[in-house]
Write a protein that binds this ligand. Structure first.
Ligand SMILES: Nc1ncnc2c1ncn2[C@@H]1O[C@H](COP(=O)(O)OP(=O)(O)OP(=O)(O)O)[C@@H](O)[C@H]1O
Ligand code: SF4
Ligand SMILES: [Mg+2]
Length: 348
């Protein structure tokens, strides 16, 4: 008899998470900001989930919940299958070593007065006790991210942006985490340095089985690094699934609009693809539109879109979309929204 196969749990998961902030308004009024409003995300070991959406859509807030840097207003957080939503104090500090974050600007994430040796040694506390052991482990980490250990004596300002971002990745690896969240990690770097960092992240994942949450406004980079993608709009996921399926056949109008701005290397396909230009700004998360939150900017909005939240439609290729076009309206039922052309045929 074959031994039963046990599937590994997700490295990290949030289930129906909400983060609501109370913001003071004028005069003496308060408003509830729904930064994240019912988001579920799941990342398997050795996989990368790309998280995309306009500024203010809730990407960084969702990442901070996933890493338990922020307590959600409601919902659950699971790390390696353990519910850590209610964990606090020393246990939470220990848990936080399982997850690490790399930010956009490496210069502001390092102590300018500390050498790399000091910063990495600090991060290695708990893995190596003695100073000499920590220094040896720091040199190993430097080599792992493609930096010469001779740079350990340097201070942040004595390194290029690309070198320091590699050092930030080394520091994240110091705790031997199972998940690293990367919030715009390459957007401050030039194109060739970006490519080197993406290739480094790929090879580290292959070596260590790390899971990544990768946040970026650059959808081309997201495609290169991610296995799956989730598209956020005004604190909610509007579409998610395998990155190739979502990019080839966007089913949500918002995803199609975001992707229509991404250049395609094939000029013929580039010419034939419709460009969807979004009108207006993302509405305030303290006063989201009724029904579908995207309806005030959607070229295909229908009366039902103002009345009810769109239900989920999941297709065989694993893509889930929240849009009435797939259930009411023209019943796309998982087909690409681009098959509708500019003017939707609203006959059901
Ligand atoms: N501490 C806070 N208090 C009140 N509102 C907040 C707070 N933090 C975030 N917000 C609001 O929550 C919403 C989501 O913010 P968040 O930083 O998660 O967006 P984002 O998608 O990461 O944006 P960007 O792409 O600009 O980084 C925004 O409207 C933001 O103003
Ligand atoms: S539910 Fe309606 S408004 Fe929302 S994306 Fe779909 S068609 Fe547009
Ligand atoms: Mg952000």
């Amino acid at each position: 008899m074959n031994a039963p196969a046990y599937a590994a749990p997700p490295a990290a998961e949030i289930i129906d998470a909400q983060v609501h902030y109370t913001r003071r308004g004028w005069p003496g009024r308060t408003a509830t900001v729904r930064a994240v409003d019912g988001v579920s995300l799941s990342i398997m070991p050795a996989r990368t989930l790309g998280l995309v959406g306009e500024s203010g859509s809730g990407k960084s807030t969702a990442a901070r919940v996933l890493l338990r840097l922020l307590e959600p207003t409601s919902g659950r957080v699971l790390l390696n299958g353990h519910d850590v939503t209610a964990v606090h104090g020393r246990e939470l500090r220990a848990l936080r070593r399982q997850t690490q974050m790399v930010f956009q600007d490496p210069y502001s994430s390092f102590d300018p007065l500390a050498s790399l040796a000091d910063s990495l040694s600090e991060a290695l506390r708990g893995r190596a006790e003695r100073g000499a052991e920590r220094l040896a482990a720091a040199a190993e980490l430097m080599a792992q991210v493609g930096l010469s250990p001779s740079l350990l004596s340097r201070h942040p300002r004595e390194l290029s942006g690309g070198q320091l971002q590699r050092a930030a990745i080394a520091r994240a690896l110091a705790a031997a985490p199972s998940l690293v969240a990367l919030d715009e990690p390459v957007s401050s770097l030039d194109v060739s340095t970006q490519a080197q960092i993406v290739s480094l992240l790929h090879s580290l994942q292959a070596q260590t089985g790390l899971a990544y949450l990768f946040i970026s406004h650059d959808l081309s980079v997201v495609r290169r690094l991610s296995h799956d993608v989730a598209v956020l709009y005004l604190g909610r996921v509007v579409e998610s699934g395998p990155v190739s399926a979502v990019y080839e056949r966007p089913r949500h109008p918002y995803t199609a609009a975001l992707l229509s701005a991404v250049p395609i290397p094939d000029p013929a396909r580039q010419r034939s693809r419709p460009r969807i230009v979004l009108q207006g700004d993302i509405p305030s998360p303290s006063n989201p539109p009724s029904g579908c939150r995207f309806r005030t900017r959607c070229p295909w909005a229908m009366p039902v879109c103002a009345q009810t939240d769109p239900p989920a439609t999941t297709t065989e290729d694993g893509v889930t979309t929240y849009c009435h076009l797939h259930s009411d309206g023209p019943r796309l039922a998982g087909e690409s929204v681009l098959t509708l052309g500019d003017r939707p045929d609203t006959t059901a």
